[in-house]
Design a protein around this ligand. Structure first.
Ligand code: PLP
Length: 700
């Protein structure tokens, strides 16, 4: 299933590569026309000519022969300058006792640069104006009624031309109709519209509009700010008087030349695809996505969004899982939401659209640039389908491919909460402990896909809610459930005072392994512990739920429970707030991450000085399926996904000390491998390390 290593970049709303003609224009300036445009000698004049040519091309394209078009460092600077200028003008008018609107309105889905600028300048200028978000509907459209009702009190209104997350296009004409008689200034963020939508600025009453070069094949650090001829303007930067004293600082001439080259190309009718072609490309991508992710739900309608943007969610898959999957196949997309390591933060844009929480928290954005070619889209679709195959093979979605069997102890998480699954690939049987409501459907599908029979669905607490979740899972499992029908498995597990599973009178077997409920006269009525291990050895795993963190547990009860564990027993909890993965009764001290981190550049040196190192890939099976990476010859690589690390930990810790090989963990970015190495170190495995930045840096 290996695929070529060329990156397919589908994150153009974040940034784009610099297109060759822009690169050439920038190179020519840096090498040939490198004069300072303020210099009066020939080199200076040549640089100035390059700049003015770029401005003229851009003005032509944007239809702004009237007004100013300034080169700035990017959209954020453009927004600052516009907001600063507008608010100062409002303050001056107020000072002259003119009646001005003092509400600052902005679309609830604007890029953060807009509301942050409003708040910033409102505070810095000590204005105390009211800042109001214009609500949007389910489709991401501005609430026109709200605008109509508030425009008479507004001093400034900010509405983006197209949204960066969803691609939703703003109905600027309707907004213009509503505000045409208002003196409020109007700022239109044109960043995502440039090159994708026709925009003739002088035909509208727009006061400020801004653009960012790096969103359209020019380099980072260059942008444009349009200011209507009658709109107030105050320079943000004072100094050498560049840009007719409106924006001081030596101009970024190479960036301007590159942006000028892109603007010229936009008008040549060859370099960029038209709307219909881009829409066709997007549809083709969507079909591939639907093949890979059955049940995909679009978060914005195709008709009302940029033809280069798709934003979707997949029931049962998180954005991080999809991102990791794509990244392993060298396909770059982004989460519609910003993900923190601890928990995916739902997208504020999708939240503003009042989409269901799961949709807002698991959105994926796919975006391509308007110069994309048919070949590129074809290759992208091929890769997306290969990703779909990897998902089916690992039972992340159901399909017709024979799956890779899962074996051993697996941890599924939702936030800090954990469901544990114990699977036996040989007998195709498994047990589920504490199914989380968010994961129930996925678990049921997974079991059916794996053709596993679920022998029990257990709970580590007697909460009626958990009972409900367990019953729901059993219902969904239907034929895949072979446990007791009264779904009270406690009957399986009775008396035993022994710490060995062997002598338990009643237990549940999974092949040669056994699971039993910890039996104790002192155990709380509301918490249960399940012990799991082979008949020959001691208890390997204890599924403790939250009992050990229960403050009401007496010392006697605690030691009664703990006495049944061995020093090797790995404790698996229901809430892993500290991201420990697994723990033991006796843990070593926490290690400092920097002491166990190997920089990607130091890998070869590490392997040379640590003979026998085993590299451990902790990415999930669907990522491992897709990945192709090089390791130094002779290096052993083990695949132990983080969700199944418990099995590896159990094995590694039981190894005789002299045979404990150096373990070097890696993943995609270094996040998961840092968790793995800290877990191993905490449990006393001193010879464990991880690679900073993961494959993203090491294979770069
Ligand atoms: N506005 C929109 C709609 C954007 O998408 C972005 C960048 O993501 C910005 C403003 C800010 O652009 P820059 O970071 O280039 O200043």
């Amino acid at each position: 299933m290996s695929i070529s290593s060329r990156v397919i970049y589908l994150d153009s709303n974040a940034t784009t590569p610099v297109m060759p003609l822009a690169l050439e224009a920038a190179r020519a300036v840096m090498e040939d026309d490198y004069g300072n445009p303020s210099s009066v000698h020939s080199s200076g004049l040549q640089a100035k000519a390059v700049m003015e040519q770029a401005r003229a091309t851009a003005c032509d394209l944007l239809g702004c022969s009237e007004g100013k078009l300034l080169f700035v460092s990017g959209a954020t600077e453009g927004i600052q300058t516009a907001v600063f200028s507008a608010l100062l003008a409002l303050r001056e008018k107020q000072a002259q006792d003119e009646k001005v609107g003092t509400d600052l309105l902005y679309g609830a889905t604007e890029h953060k640069a807009v509301p942050e600028s409003l708040h910033h300048w409102n505070t810095v200028l000590n204005l105390n104006f009211r800042i109001l978000a214009i609500p949007v509907d389910n489709a991401g459209r501005h609430d026109l009624k709200f605008i109509e009702e508030h425009i008479q009190d507004a001093g400034l209104i900010c509405t983006m031309a197209a949204n960066n997350e969803t691609g939703v296009i703003t109905d600027l004409v309707s907004i213009e109709n509503l505000i045409k008689d208002s003196p409020a200034y109007w700022l239109v963020d044109g960043v995502q519209a440039l090159g994708k939508l026709p925009l003739k600025l002088n035909q509208h009453r727009i006061d400020y509009s801004l653009f960012s070069g790096h969103k359209l094949y020019a380099p980072k650090g260059i942008g444009m700010l349009y200011v209507h001829k009658d709109a107030p303007f105050t320079p943000l930067l004072a100094g050498g008087g560049q840009e007719s004293s409106l924006r001081s600082g030596t101009e970024n001439v190479s960036g301007i030349a590159a942006l000028g080259a892109v603007m010229k190309a936009l008008g040549d009718g060859i370099s960029f695809r038209d709307h219909a072609t881009l829409s066709r490309y997007r549809l083709q991508l969507l079909e591939a996505m639907r093949d890979a992710f059955p049940g995909l739900i679009l978060n914005a309608s195709l008709e009302e969004s940029l033809p280069t943007t798709l934003n979707f969610s997949v029931p049962g898959l998180t954005s991080k899982e999809i991102l990791d999957l794509f990244d392993a196949a060298d396909v770059r997309v982004s989460a519609g939401s910003a993900c923190s390591a601890a928990k995916a933060q739902p997208s504020f844009v999708l939240q503003a659209m009042a989409l269901p929480e799961w949709q807002a928290a698991s959105a994926v954005r796919v975006s391509f640039g308007p110069a994309t070619t048919q070949d590129y889209i074809d290759e992208a679709c091929k890769r997306v389908r290969v990703c779909g195959e990897a998902l089916r093979k690992t039972c992340m979605v159901t399909g017709d491919i024979e799956p890779l069997p899962a074996d051993g102890v697996m941890q599924l998480s939702f936030g800090a909460a954990c469901t544990w699954i114990i699977a036996n690939a040989a007998t195709k049987e498994c047990v589920v402990i504490d199914p989380l409501p968010e994961l129930i459907e996925r678990i049921a599908k997974y079991m059916r896909c794996q053709h596993y029979s679920v022998k029990a669905v257990l709970a580590t607490n007697s909460h009626p809610q958990q009972d409900l979740h367990n019953s729901s899972l059993i219902k969904l499992l239907a034929d895949a459930y072979s446990g007791a029908q009264n779904d009270d498995p406690s009957g399986f597990y009775t008396d035993s005072n022994s710490s060995s599973l062997e002598s338990s009178e009643k237990y549940l077997s999974l092949g040669k392994m056994k699971i039993r409920k910890l039996d104790s006269q002192l155990q709380t009525e509301t918490h249960f512990v399940y012990l799991y291990g082979s008949t020959e050895s001691q208890i390997q795993f204890a599924f403790c739920g939250d009992v050990l963190r229960n403050e009401r547990l007496s010392n006697e009860q605690r030691s009664d429970i703990e006495n049944q564990f061995s020093k090797h027993t790995l404790i698996c909890v229901a809430h892993d707030f500290e991201k420990q993965l697994v723990s033991r009764l006796e843990s070593s001290q926490e290690c400092k991450l920097e002491d166990v981190t190997i920089p990607s550049s130091g890998l070869n040196e590490f392997l040379r000085t640590h003979p026998g190192t085993v590299m451990v890939d902790v990415r999930e099976p669907y990522e491992q399926q897709l990945s192709h990476f090089d390791v130094p010859a002779g290096t052993e690589v083990l695949h132990v996904p983080l969700s199944r690390l418990a099995n590896g930990v159990d094995r590694w810790l039981r190894t005789e000390d002299h045979a404990k090989a150096p373990l070097l963990f890696f993943c995609r970015t270094g996040g998961r491998s840092s968790q793995a190495v800290q877990c191993l170190r905490r449990l006393g495995y001193a010879n464990a390390w991880h690679i900073a930045g993961g494959l993203a840096l090491w294979q770069h």
